[in-house]
Design a protein. Structure first.
Length: 352
C-alpha cells in the first residue's frame, strides 16, 4: 500500500507544512525519516532535500486537516506563536534558603527584559534585551559579592534565540557576539582580579559558558520559564492531566536530579488562556537523596531525612496575540524541616 504523501509546493517549509496539517515539526520529521531512505531524510536544520517532491505523513492530507479543524472547535483551545513588537517584561526573583531556622541566603532581584518575537524562513526567533538587573535585597555580608558576580551577567544582555514550534529554546543565534562581549569584559576585569583558585575557576567557567552558551541558557530556570513549550492545541480544558515524570535539578542536594510528577490544567477566560502546572517529588524514585542526606547532612542537622518538593506554575496568555501576560512560579524544596530552599519568579508584561 502506497504511503500517505504531502506534495511539496513552492515556498513550503517544514514549519508551514506542520502548521497546515496540524502536526508538530518533530512529529513530521520523525515519521518521514522512519518511512523513507536516508538520502530522502529531512535534515537536522529541518530543510528538505532539494530533490524531494513529497514527504511521507501519518495520514492523508484531508484526514489530517479535518482532525485539525475538529481540534480547533469551540471545545478546544489552540495557542499559536505569533510575531510581536518590543514588549517590556518586569521580572522579580526571590530566593530563600533556610538552615535550622536561619536564612543563609535571602535575596530579591529585579530585572527588566525587552522581548521581540519574529519569524524568518518559517522559524520563530526571540530577541531578549536586558534593560535592568538589580539586586533589590540581599544580606549585607553577601552584597559586595553579589554585585561583583552581577558583572558576569553582561555577556547575556542581548540574546537572539531560535525557538521550537512549541516555543522552547532550540538554538542560539548570536553566539559570536556573546563570546566577544565576554572577552571584552574579561579584559576590563583583569585589574580587579587576583590569582586565587576561586578567581581562576570563575574565568575558566566564563570561557566555557560564553563560548558555548546554549547549555547555560537551557539549564537556567528563568529562561525555561520565559521560553517554555506552551504553544499547543489543548483538547482538555478544565481538568488536570498527568504529564508524566520529569527531572528537576535539586537546589538542596548540589545539582542532583530529582524525579517529579507533573499535572497540567488549562482554563479559557475570554481571550485569556490560563495554563497551570503542579509538580511533586516522585515518592518512589528519589531514594538516592536519602543516601546523600544520611552521609553528609544528618549529623549536622540532627534530624531524620524528610524530603519534599512542590512546584506551582501558572501562565496567562493573550490567545489572539499569542503573547504571555504573566508567569508565576513557586518552588519549595526541603531535605528536612530544618533545611529548605524556596525559589519564586514573577514575570509580568508591563503596561507602559
Amino acid at each position: 500500500m502506497e504511503p500517505n504523501r504531502y506534495y511539496v509546493k513552492n515556498g513550503d517549509t517544514l514549519a508551514s507544512i506542520a502548521e497546515e496539517l496540524g502536526l508538530s515539526i518533530s512529529e513530521i520529521k520523525k515519521y518521514h525519516n522512519e518511512s523513507s531512505r536516508p538520502h530522502e531524510w529531512i535534515k537536522e536544520d529541518n530543510s528538505l532535500p532539494a530533490w524531494s517532491t513529497f514527504i511521507i505523513i501519518p495520514d492523508s492530507v484531508e484526514v489530517l486537516k479535518k482532525k485539525k479543524e475538529d481540534f480547533l472547535s469551540s471545545e478546544k483551545v489552540a495557542l499559536r506563536q505569533k510575531e510581536t513588537d518590543n514588549d517590556k517584561y518586569l521580572i522579580l526573583q526571590k530566593i530563600d534558603m533556610q538552615v535550622s531556622g536561619s536564612s543563609m541566603i535571602d535575596s530579591e532581584t529585579e530585572m527588566v527584559w525587552e522581548f521581540r518575537k519574529f519569524k524568518k524562513d518559517g522559524i520563530f526567533y526571540g530577541a531578549i534585551q536586558q534593560k535592568l538587573h538589580q539586586v533589590k535585597y540581599i544580606k549585607s555580608i553577601y552584597r559586595q559579592f553579589a554585585e561583583y558576580m552581577q558583572k558576569f551577567n553582561k555577556p547575556l544582555e542581548h540574546l537572539v534565540i531560535g525557538l521550537s514550534q512549541e516555543g522552547g529554546v532550540e538554538s542560539l543565534v548570536n553566539q559570536e557576539e556573546i563570546t566577544e562581549r565576554w572577552n571584552r569584559l574579561k579584559n576590563e576585569l583583569q585589574p580587579e582580579l587576583g590569582n586565587t583558585f576561586e578567581e581562576k575557576n570563575m574565568i575558566e567557567g566564563g570561557d566555557r559558558d560564553f563560548s558555548d552558551t546554549l547549555p547555560l541558557i537551557k539549564n537556567n530556570l528563568l529562561y525555561t520559564l520565559f521560553l517554555n513549550d506552551l504553544f499547543y492545541e489543548y483538547a482538555d480544558p478544565g481538568i488536570f492531566i498527568e504529564q508524566g515524570k520529569q527531572q528537576y535539578i535539586s537546589q538542596v542536594f548540589a545539582n542532583e536530579s530529582v524525579m517529579i510528577l507533573t499535572k497540567r490544567k488549562v482554563e479559557k477566560d475570554g481571550d485569556i488562556l490560563k495554563i497551570k502546572f503542579y509538580s511533586e517529588a516522585d515518592p518512589d524514585k528519589n531514594n538516592h537523596l536519602r543516601n546523600i542526606y544520611n552521609t553528609k547532612l544528618k549529623d549536622f542537622l540532627q534530624e531524620h531525612f524528610d524530603y519534599a518538593f512542590t512546584w506551582s506554575l501558572e501562565y496567562h496568555f493573550d490567545i489572539q496575540k499569542g503573547k504571555m501576560l504573566l508567569c508565576h512560579s513557586k518552588i519549595k524544596e526541603q531535605a528536612s524541616r530544618k533545611y529548605t530552599h524556596l525559589t519564586e519568579h514573577t514575570i509580568q508584561l508591563s503596561k507602559n
